[in-house]
Write a protein that binds this ligand. Structure first.
Ligand SMILES: Cc1ncc(COP(=O)(O)O)c(C=O)c1O
Ligand SMILES: N[C@@H](CCCC[NH3+])C(=O)O
Length: 433
């Protein structure tokens, strides 16, 4: 079967192109390993998602899940298109503000926030999604000390099983996230009794890389049902946040993902029916990450060597230090030999990285064209949870990130050097001569 490529990826004269750029030339110009993102694709992904939801309900706010790809340039592009953000740390909050996202479009999420995180949210006037009664008490104290009132939601655990990798299902009854069903009303009641906190929203997120719209519709139904219970308490809901999680096709031969329109068609009517019944008009907040950025990016890597032992290995210069997903979740990413993109894929290889771990496998048992050292491989769909989960394992500096836009290309994050890594290390006073 042939690979079906998204339309920003094409093959011309045997080479893989991203937008108007030959991946092989980009690898030569900027070196490898290299993340390359297509700005036009970022923009069109955002618009497609936003429009799909707004077709049903104009009062929708997209909160980009910054954890998917926290590059400031990308955050700025989304900010310019009207996005807010789901931020999960003080660092992501700083990034979102720096990108120009207004505080009222940000939600500080997390199941284990520090007092410093909560203080920053209070200082910046950002809404907080609370994940425990302890956090409610702490936030109320911190806001009181600052003489401020903070708007909050609770993260609701809808206890929904979702068809995805167990490590990224977040709304199971057993997950660490959220408040369980029989404690939700108590949580809102407790919040209403806190003088420095005002509950104005509800939040949930059922998981990531979900390729079926049904669980989202089910979650929306639970959310509006709970909305009824807490409206009865006297809470005036200004937003209901149904999280992110819509997946993308990673296997371009076999996987099909619902489009954002199919997602919106399944989910928003459930939400609308619920709020109409309650006679309320909260904003609908949605927190996509992967769907906006996942397919925008390729990771380019050079083949260092090819070896035949019990199978054929292609050893490349990017490993799980730069793309953790295959090692962590057994995730599938398409691999294309960028300088042999039109050649027949007739040889089976396992593509491995340079990390000193047996599990450093980017792609196992894949058919590729006959491959040799010096070839450039493109690992597709690496825009979400790629760079953002990268590490410096084996003292390997993280690689640069390049953006392409029309004829132009430029570095949006420089590569690190070994000196950068060394510069964070200090000599202990008792080791000084
Ligand atoms: C709270 C929250 N919102 C949004 C997202 C974004 O998920 P996705 O990238 O699957 O859309 C995540 C990640 O799973 C998350 O934890
Ligand atoms: N990091 C995961 C997604 C989890 C998102 C955060 N809750 C992945 O690469 O698929």
């Amino acid at each position: 079967m042939a690979l079906i490529l998204p339309n920003h990826l094409t093959v011309k004269e045997g080479h893989l192109y991203i937008g108007k750029h030959d991946c092989v030339s980009l690898a030569e110009e900027y070196g490898t390993p290299l993340y390359v993102t297509d700005e036009e694709r970022l923009r069109s992904n955002f618009t497609r998602y936003d429009e799909a939801l707004k077709k049903h309900y104009p009062d929708v706010q997209l909160l980009y899940a910054a954890k998917a790809n926290g590059n400031l340039t990308i955050m700025k592009i989304f900010a310019s298109l009207g996005a807010g953000a789901d931020v999960f740390s003080s660092g992501e909050l700083h990034m979102a503000l720096l990108a120009g996202m207004p505080p009222e479009k940000l939600l500080f999420n997390g199941s284990s926030k520090t007092r410093e995180d909560l203080s920053l949210a209070v200082e910046k006037g950002v809404k907080v999604s609370l994940d425990s009664f302890d956090e409610l008490r702490q936030l109320n104290e911190i806001a009181g000390e600052a003489g401020k009132i903070v708007e909050v939601s609770f993260r609701i655990n809808p206890a929904i099983d979702v068809p995805t990798h167990p490590k990224i299902a977040t709304g199971l009854a057993t997950s660490k996230f959220g408040i369980k069903a029989d404690q939700i009303v108590d949580a809102y009641r407790a919040a209403m009794e806190c003088p420095n906190v005002v509950p104005v929203g509800m939040h949930c997120h059922i998981g990531s890389q979900i390729l079926d719209v049904e669980p989202f519709a089910k979650a929306a139904e639970i959310m509006v049902r709970v909305a009824g219970e807490i409206t009865d308490l006297g809470v005036r809901l200004s937003f209901i946040d149904i999280g992110g999680g819509l997946g993308i096709p990673y296997n371009h031969e076999t996987e099909v993902a619902p489009t954002p329109q199919e997602y919106a068609d399944a989910v928003v009517p459930v939400f609308l029916k619920g709020i109409q019944k309650l006679g309320i008009k909260p904003q609908l907040w949605v927190e996509p990450g992967r769907n906006l950025v996942g397919d925008t990016t390729v990771l380019l890597s050079k083949v260092n060597s090819v070896k035949t032992s019990h199978k054929k290995f292609v050893n490349i210069d990017a490993g799980f230090n730069l793309l953790l997903r295959p090692a962590m979740y057994d995730s599938y990413h398409e691999v294309i030999v960028a300088n042999k993109a039109d050649m027949e894929r007739d040889t089976e290889y396992t593509v491995t990285g340079p990390i000193c771990e047996t599990g450093d496998i980017i792609a196992a048992d894949r058919k590729l064209p006959r491959t040799e050292d010096g070839d450039i491989v493109a690992i597709l769909d690496t825009g979400a949870y790629g760079y953002s989960m990268a590490s410096q394992y084996n003292c390997r500096p993280r690689c640069p990130e390049v953006m392409v836009f029309g004829e132009r290309s430029g570095i949006m994050r420089r590569g690190e050097s070994v000196i950068d890594i060394l510069n964070t290390m200090k000599k202990l006073p008792w080791h000084e001569k």
